[in-house]
Design a protein around this ligand. Sequence first.
Ligand SMILES: Cc1cc2nc3c(=O)[nH]c(=O)nc-3n(C[C@H](O)[C@H](O)[C@H](O)COP(=O)(O)O)c2cc1C
Length: 229
Amino acid sequence: MQTAVTICAITGSPRGMRSRTRKLAGFLLAGAEEAGAEIDLVDLADLRITPCIACESCSLDGTCIYTDDFYPLYERMLDADGLVLASPVYVDNVSAQLKILIDRLADAIHYQTLAGKYGCSLATTWESGGAEVVAYQNHVLNYLGVSAIGGMSVPLGDDPGAIGAAEPAARDLGRRLAEAVRTRPHYPDQEAEMAGNRECFAAIVRENRDVRPLEYERWVREGWIRDGE
Ligand SMILES: Cc1cc2nc3c(=O)[nH]c(=O)nc-3n(C[C@H](O)[C@H](O)[C@H](O)COP(=O)(O)O)c2cc1C
């Protein structure tokens, strides 16, 4: 019997059901479901997440001053084995909606609470910036300690059939993500980068050892910090 796997896709267009990025994420999840995964689609257009104001509250005790839709979404991310970031390209970057979420994940990055998961990224664009936004989103996944198995971008232009034509490739990516969660492939370059990031973040974990002892102990157990350092 195969172990249960959950893939959570977070899509960042503000256009709700009209969004082709959401549609692309749906294709990917359909592929993951075919491969036996449980699926969870999060549309940021349905949520209210306040931008980070750099108050540093989360850095001290792990809690944000805002009680908005962030924490329920963060729980869904923690529960998932695979994470997908999907965004329309907005002026060569992710949408503001997705960037707000990424900034609110700063504490998850510093404490590596999502580390060990697998992920991939999707972007849609009129024409430009797709590859760069996929690369940026995968870079964010690596910051989170999540190994990126790949990604795809779809230039939509004025072709109403463009998103439908991307369905087979998106389904295949979803299938491969579900498979990666089970087989845990290695990506030496990403693993080296993530280890380097953890050397930096370890200073934060050590500094806050007294206020966040459980996090410190988890880092020691993971071998990311040597006790007493
Ligand atoms: C604010 C804004 C900025 C955009 N910037 C770019 C861009 O830099 N390059 C590009 O090719 N398309 C750009 N587009 C087009 C979107 O990427 C395209 O409409 C998007 O893929 C639609 O996704 P959706 O249907 O999921 O909302 C932009 C659209 C908007 C609204």
